[in-house]
Design a protein around this ligand. Sequence first.
Ligand code: ZN
Length: 222
Amino acid sequence: MSQKYILAPSILSADFTRLGEQIAECEAAGADWIHVDVMDGHFVPNLTMGPFIVEACRRVTKLPLDVHLMVESPERLLEAFAKAGASHLTVHVETCPNLDSTLQKIRALGCAAGVTLNPGTPVTAIEPVLPMIDLVLVMTVNPGYSKQTILPETISKVAALRRMLAAIGSSAWLEVDGGISAQTLPELRKAGANAFVAAHAVFDYPQGIAAGIRELRRVVPN
Ligand code: ZN
C-alpha cells in the first residue's frame, strides 16, 4: 500500500494538567489527527470527556479532531461536538438504530462521518452503510480503557473491511483503535489499516511523546 498512513494520538492517555503542551508536542512530532475518546459511563463503563474538551483542543491545534463517541444515543450530542470543533464524528453501530440518518446528520453538520464496531460485532453490521461513510474504525480491544492488549481476531476483521471498501471503490479511512504499539502496528498496516490511534504508546512512552511517535514511524515508515 503506497498511500500514507495517519497517526492519531488519543488524548485518553494525556496528562490533562498539560493538555495544550502535549497536543502541541504531538503536532510538532508529526501526528496527523488528534483522537478524542468520549465515554459516557453507560455504553462503556468509563466516563471521560465531552464537547468542552474538544473545544479546548480546537483552540490549541489546527490538526483534525477525530472524535470517537462511545456513548448511547449519540445523535443527541452530534451538534454540540460539531460546534466544539470536531472534524470527524465516529459513532458505534451498536448505538445507532437509524445509522444512515445519523451519518447524514454528521455530514450535514460539516464533519466527516465515521462508524465503528466493537470486537464482537460482525463486519456485516456496517456493510449496508459503507458507501456513505468517510471513516471505518475497527476496535481492536473492547472499548473503555487505555493500555489493553489487541485481540488477534480483529486483524482478519481489518483485512475483511479493506476488501469490502476496495470492492465498492471507497476511499474511506480504515482506522484501528486499541492496543496500537510498535509491536502491533506493522501487522495491522499489512492487513490494510491506514489510520492508527495510539494512546499509551505515545503519551506514556518512556522517552517522551516525540520519541513515541518516532518509534511508530520507524517500524512502519510513512
Ligand atoms: Zn477511540
